[in-house]
Design a protein around this ligand. Structure first.
Ligand code: ZN
Length: 257
């Protein structure tokens, strides 16, 4: 049992008792973990807005052996997630995008597996969603692809998975989800299930993978481009998760941007 400090984002809240909640955090120091927050449901609770979904804060907790709930002792808000601002027409979409970020962090990472790059990506993304000049569709595709890269499951977007031929600007390809790569027309076979993707979309996906979130958020995509790129990213993510992310049903950005 030890007292630990962390910078963390709230990615999930679950009721535990009349007055307490179990909060799942994604922290820079420890990756994902959950802790019991006693009194968190009281109106004037000890933690206040620091435990709102997607709030970022400085927290202190008692770390317990695996299988025993950790205990939150302090939480101080440092950054509130505020995507809905005056003059921002797609604030609700930005809020849902934040929920999607939280779901992916929860689903694609392991407890106490520190990944500071993923924490930095997530905080930059939440900040981007709170910046009206940043486009939601480009931000989300950047997050999906960069997260896949950081967990080592990014599809190979440079060469055909079978013949190794490079991706030509005019070609059409198939996303071979189970093999984490692309297939050219020559290698395409009926038994390889996958969706068609244009070389243009592959190029956009490569540009939005890694790099800074601020730059990615300035990329303006047409609705068709956003949809095609997002579809490939979601296929790859759903394959890793073993299901389609639940919050996706609220995230129909192709009709907004
Ligand atoms: Zn090929």
């Amino acid at each position: 049992m030890s007292l630990e400090k962390a910078n963390a984002i709230v990615i999930r809240q679950a009721d535990f008792s009349e007055s307490s909640r179990v909060i799942t955090f994604f922290s820079r120091e420890f990756g994902r973990f959950s802790a019991l927050a006693k009194g968190a449901k009281r109106l004037k609770g000890p933690f206040d807005a620091a435990l709102d979904l997607l709030s970022e804060g400085r927290i202190v907790f008692i770390r317990r052996p695996a299988g025993v709930l950790n205990l939150l002792t302090e939480a101080r808000l440092t950054t509130r997630f505020q995507p809905q601002q005056p003059g921002v027409s797609d604030g609700l979409l930005r809020m849902y995008a934040g929920c999607y970020v939280a779901e992916l962090l929860n689903g694609l990472t392991e407890d106490f597996d520190a990944a500071p790059e993923i924490f930095d990506l997530a905080t930059a993304l939440l900040q981007g969603l709170s910046t009206p000049e940043c486009h939601v569709s480009a931000l989300i595709i950047h997050f999906e692809m960069s997260l896949l890269q950081l967990i080592g499951l990014l599809p190979d977007l440079s060469n055909c998975s079978v013949c190794g031929g490079s991706i030509e600007p005019s070609g059409r390809y198939v996303h071979w989800v189970s093999q984490g790569g692309l297939l050219c027309q020559d290698c395409r076979k009926e038994e390889y299930s996958g969706t068609s993707v244009s070389a243009g979309a592959v190029e956009i996906l490569r540009r939005l993978t890694g790099g800074t979130t601020d730059l990615a958020g300035r990329v303006r995509l047409t609705p068709a481009q956003a949809e095609e790129c997002h579809r490939l990213a979601v296929s790859a993510i759903s394959h890793v998760l073993g299901r389609r992310p639940q919050t996706l049903r609220y995230l129909q950005f192709s009709s907004h941007h």
